[in-house]
Write a protein that binds this ligand. Structure first.
Ligand SMILES: [Zn+2]
Length: 441
């Protein structure tokens, strides 16, 4: 109740100081939109800290640590989901500087980010953590210097750092309980993640395998979903793809894209990226697509089954916001996946010198692939990438900072906030929208 009151007052103040263009956009969007949703969308102001989540809002935070992927979602009923918590050990010659600083590990910063934003939900822990696939920029790298957990026989980095700070009710990954498909994961980071999974099982904590085709694996955890604003849980998360299985769009049916492994030589086996999980989050008219490091590259037609991303996009249909998967790298989004998803906003989870690739940017901006205006955001663009891809990088709406998609109650409108990742104040640097949700617009 209190949050709502503050939001309304702040909205009026915000409108008094808003540039004319913002007011014009707001007026356009207002047609046919509930007054409440529009007021909420107008509340956050550039230069101030973003408002805390309030019941009815869907907030999707793309956390910019400069060291890997981490997306934190608070559903309209307060149910929370963290997708990945990367922590790479790449050098500063090829990867962005750690944000806010190197004084803490990336996973610690992510854990603290989650912890402070969870306060508004009045819940102490994360309901779900989804690991899209087993790579260090999504789970956390470890070496001999990584500290040991106080909770189990594993080291702290990425996901395990987060779990050390914030209790995790359910951990979901693409492979549990067997991690040998297509091949057993290799490397110290993978052994560490498996030790973490083992420790959770031994201590009676939930771990689940991602179930493709289902829309009831990520559900409302808030048993008192009837909250102050009167909004119900209202969100829907559809599991679109993992391990080559893709939802058909009918019931919970799936189909398998990968050939049987015994028909392939080892070098042609599906890699870890192409096994990534893909989901679609829906709320009213609003839809969001994200698919870890799924790729579309088929070795130029030699192995069509490797294009899982386009199949997952087809299962999703058009959305309002999409991530540019596999960090906008050369083998990421296909022209067809862009034609299908046609979002109003692309968000590139970037931090490496190779993120993003020029052709991928060309596709995101291409009005040949789909008409209309769109914004492209990136979490961290290295200067070297800017120099190489200046023509298109200069068109990005932001190149540095957390990218937060804030969907208003009911899902009819959304705004996008860029907050400063130099500290933990969540100060808004830039604000975009409000946009009207829905593929028809
Ligand atoms: Zn990655």
């Amino acid at each position: 109740m209190m949050d709502t009151t503050i939001n309304r007052r702040q909205f009026i103040l915000g409108m008094l100081t808003a540039p004319l263009s913002t007011i014009a956009v707001a007026r356009d969007v207002a047609e046919g939109v509930a007054g409440e949703a529009l007021q909420s969308a107008g509340a956050d102001a550039v230069g101030s800290s973003m408002f805390a989540w309030a019941p009815g809002f869907l907030d999707i935070h793309h956390i910019a640590t400069g060291r890997g992927n981490a997306t934190f979602v608070i559903m309209p009923d307060g149910t929370s989901l963290l997708i990945d918590a990367g922590a790479t050990a790449d050098g500063l010659d090829t990867s962005a500087a750690p944000r806010p600083s190197a004084q803490r590990r990336p996973g610690e910063w992510i854990g603290r980010y989650v912890q402070r934003h969870l306060r508004a939900t009045k819940r102490a822990g994360l309901d779900y953590v989804l690991v899209t696939h087993l790579h260090p920029d999504h789970t956390g790298d470890v070496d001999e210097t990584s500290p040991r957990s106080a909770k189990g026989a594993y080291q702290l980095s990425g996901i395990t750092d987060v779990a050390e700070i914030v209790p995790v009710a359910t951990l979901i990954d693409r492979a549990y309980p067997g991690y040998d498909y297509p091949v057993a994961p290799n490397g110290r980071f993978a052994s560490n993640y498996l030790a973490f999974v083992q420790s959770r099982i031994q201590t009676g904590q939930k771990v689940e395998r991602f179930m493709v085709g289902r829309n009831d694996q990520f559900t409302s955890r808030n048993k008192t979903a009837e909250n102050g604003s009167g909004h119900q849980a209202g969100f829907d998360i559809r599991n679109l793809a993992a391990n080559g299985q893709v939802w058909t769009g009918k019931g919970e049916q799936t189909r398998m894209l990968f050939p049987a492994l015994n028909t392939l030589t080892l070098k042609d086996y599906p890699n870890e990226n192409v096994c990534s999980t893909a989901i679609r989050i829906g709320y009213g008219n609003f839809a969001y697509f994200t698919a870890g490091d799924l790729t579309s590259y088929t070795f130029d037609g030699d192995a069509p089954w490797r294009d899982v991303l386009t199949a997952a996009a087809r299962a999703s249909g058009p959305v309002d916001v999409s991530t540019a998967d596999h960090h906008g790298m050369f083998d990421g989004i296909s022209a067809d996946s862009v034609r299908i998803l046609r979002p109003k906003a692309w968000i590139i989870p970037s931090w490496h010198i190779s993120h993003p690739d020029q052709l991928q940017l060309e596709r995101m901006f291409s009005e040949r692939l789909y008409p209309g205006k769109r914004e492209v955001f990136a979490t961290s663009i290295m200067h070297e990438n800017f120099l190489a891809n200046r023509r298109l990088i200069s068109r990005l709406s932001s190149r540095d900072g957390h990218v937060i998609v804030r969907v208003a109650p009911g899902g009819k409108t959304f705004t996008i906030l860029i907050t400063d990742n130099a500290d933990e104040e969540d100060r808004i640097k830039l604000k975009f929208g409000p946009y009207l949700s829905g593929s028809a617009s």
